[in-house]
Ligand binder design. Sequence first.
Ligand SMILES: NC(=O)c1ccc[n+]([C@@H]2O[C@H](COP(=O)([O-])OP(=O)(O)OC[C@H]3O[C@@H](n4cnc5c(N)ncnc54)[C@H](O)[C@@H]3O)[C@@H](O)[C@H]2O)c1
Length: 277
Amino acid sequence: MYDLKGKVAVVTGAGRHRGLGEAMAKRLAAEGARVVVTDIGTAKGPQFAQQHIGTTSEMDEIVAEIKKAGGQAVAQVCDVLDEGQVAAAVQKAVSAFGRIDVMVNNAGIGYLMTDILSLEQKDWDAVLNVNLRGCFFGAKHAAKQMIKQGSGGIIINIASQAAKRGFAGAAAYVSSKHGLVGLTRTAALEFGKHKIRVNSICPNHVTTGLGAWQNEHFSAAGGQSEEQYMAAMRSRIPLGRVGLSSDIAATAAFLCSGEAEYITGQNFDVSGGEEMH
Ligand SMILES: NC(=O)c1ccc[n+]([C@@H]2O[C@H](COP(=O)([O-])OP(=O)(O)OC[C@H]3O[C@@H](n4cnc5c(N)ncnc54)[C@H](O)[C@@H]3O)[C@@H](O)[C@H]2O)c1
């Protein structure tokens, strides 16, 4: 366990059950941090359909579960496409808990997957704008508040194995996550003098709601059953299993702790050894 008492964290895209955001919010709260659970909250057109997003009622349930376990949390709607809403989520941390110490840029779209020849600009824009521009807004507004507070801070971007290699049929997603590595490195350079550490976590596969959709989508595209697809995936992973949301939450908790005080600008593969660079 890491002692995160006194720290305040905002986690984007944390309002969906089984998601990495939910797992990180709960782990940070279990370590003593007070947490602002944020998500888009309502479906918005075909690109943000109900089946893919965290709703306000799910956010409220996650907050209630954190409180039931003895933690402190509040919910806040935050569409990361809207800079004003990202700034407001940071200010929610200040109004509810007095400050912000940790910003976890987790919200992401991994379900608009099309090969380049049939990829339309609107889907490219949606993926890039949530996965990359949303993290830029998060880093910018969290850092502004952290600099004002004068006691450093921690920014964690949730990238992907897709930040380190190409995947056919996923150009927008892969490009957004590669871009996030560049944003992480640059933010670490710019914010280092303020003792704000910026790192990313690069998971391989976790069967979250999004992960389950990807299993179905990519196994069908490859003409395999989901079992065959998952067995092939496991065979590529030196540690022999796919990731768990707890693996990602544990890494996030470590990065928020004093144990990681000399670590910034890094992009951590949390992938059972599947990714090694
Ligand atoms: N599951 C995996 O295998 C895996 C692997 C690598 C990286 N990731 C990344 O982890 C992050 C979390 O994914 P997950 O697997 O937990 O999926 P998830 O679908 O549970 O979480 C994604 C969240 O992002 C939210 N979101 C989407 N658009 C948003 C917007 N405009 N504003 C605010 N929130 C928005 C969704 O509502 C959802 O709650 C994503 O960035 C994803 O790319 C996941």
